[in-house]
Design a protein around this ligand. Structure first.
Ligand SMILES: [Zn+2]
Ligand SMILES: [Zn+2]
Ligand SMILES: [Zn+2]
Ligand SMILES: [Zn+2]
Ligand SMILES: [Zn+2]
Length: 363
């Protein structure tokens, strides 16, 4: 059992205690002298403080981002300072050659702080993830990782990539003894590592992967082999009721269908629903109404279009009413102050009362 020993002994010739290895604080005569402090911390205590801080940060990172994120940081520095640069998973290639190992340690520490800060901010941000990049390629037997970064806050999220053998596309069939009527074995080989696996497989006529279905009548469909074309069986339809709702432009239908062949029965169809336009846009499918003409953006009463309602507007209104002026569409909308769709004497009357100040609005 290790016992913490402060290496302190009495030096009779000076009548003082001497401090050495294991001491965290220097006190008494040794502490004094340095800026007059009665106690000062040793370099050892500073290292312990940094170590405790890093341990706390790593624990927080593990809680927030998972074990892998914490391990990634640990793998960049060993706790054994003497050995860490020689660790196989610590690469110095990303660092400038002018940096010494203390700079590198500081850079890793800074990275850890940034990672933690982003993770803490996580939850206050509705992340927008980028396309992600492969940060660890999978191997035949081990999973890899895809890392996605939030383009807003920099938070990162890992998703694993299955090992090649689990995913299976690395295997190519090298030989097969299966026939249409005889069971057999299929041998496939990994194109990366050469691993071979052998499966026992049913004869093709017992394997639905090789079936093609054709409706024969209202109750059954024929089953043919896709390899030799032979009729294997005639079995009942796998019928189910379905309903497809009409869309704005496409008909809908309802009836009974076979899951395997093209048989269908009792079929009803529904007319397309047509668009439901509001302000020129279909509220169902978003289609734009080709016939939509938005009402011109004009101020009621400002027939001249100069931004003011005054005598000039009542002048134009009178000329339109008498037929001596040909109004534009915009002018007609501005002149129709009641908004009833037509410009007439009532509008002109309201307009002159507004200008004289006897009314404050046209409602
Ligand atoms: Zn975010
Ligand atoms: Zn393999
Ligand atoms: Zn066959
Ligand atoms: Zn069928
Ligand atoms: Zn529509």
């Amino acid at each position: 059992m290790f016992e913490w020993r402060t290496n302190k002994w009495y030096l009779a010739s000076t009548g003082k205690y001497i401090y050495g290895n294991g001491v965290l604080f220097y006190g008494g005569s040794q502490g004094k002298g340095l800026r007059g402090a009665s106690y000062i911390g040793s370099i050892r205590v500073e290292m312990m403080r940094d170590g405790v801080e890093e341990y706390q940060m790593l624990t927080m990172i593990e809680d927030l981002l998972g074990e892998k994120a914490a391990k990634d940081i640990v793998s960049r520095v060993s706790t054994n300072v003497v050995r860490y640069l020689s660790l196989p998973n610590f690469s110095t290639s990303g660092w400038s050659s002018s940096m010494d190992e203390y700079d590198i340690m500081a850079a890793v520490r800074k990275d850890m702080g940034n990672t933690l800060e982003a993770a803490v901010r996580n939850g206050q941000c509705e992340h927008k993830w980028n396309g992600g990049e492969v940060t660890e390629e999978p191997t035949c037997l081990e999973i890899g990782y895809m890392t996605y970064t939030c383009t807003e806050c920099g938070a990162q999220r890992d998703e694993y990539i299955p090992a090649y053998h689990t995913e299976g596309s690395c295997f190519k069939i090298t030989s097969s003894t299966v026939t249409c009527t005889e069971d057999g074995t299929v041998t496939s080989k990994c194109t990366i590592c050469g691993f071979e696996k052998i499966r026992t497989v049913s004869a093709r006529h017992n394997d639905s992967d090789y079936y093609r279905y054709e409706s024969k009548n209202n109750s059954v469909h024929n089953v043919f082999c896709t390899e030799c074309g032979q009729l294997i069986d005639a079995v009942a339809h796998l019928s189910f009721a379905y309903k497809e709702n009409p869309t704005c432009t496409e008909k809908g239908s309802q009836g009974i269908r076979c899951k395997l062949c093209d048989y269908s029965a009792e079929t009803y169809s529904f007319d397309a629903a047509g668009h439901s336009y509001v302000d020129g846009t279909c509220t169902v499918c978003g289609e734009t109404d080709p016939a939509y003409a938005p009402e011109p953006d004009v101020m009621k009463g400002d027939i001249s279009g100069d931004g003011k309602i005054n005598g000039m507007d009542i002048n134009i209104a009178k000329r339109i009413l008498s037929g001596t002026a040909e109004p534009t569409d915009e002018q007609l909308v501005a002149a129709d102050v009641t908004g009833d769709g037509a410009f007439n004497g009532l509008d002109a009357n309201l307009l002159s009362r507004f200008i004289s100040g006897s009314i404050n609005d046209f409602n």
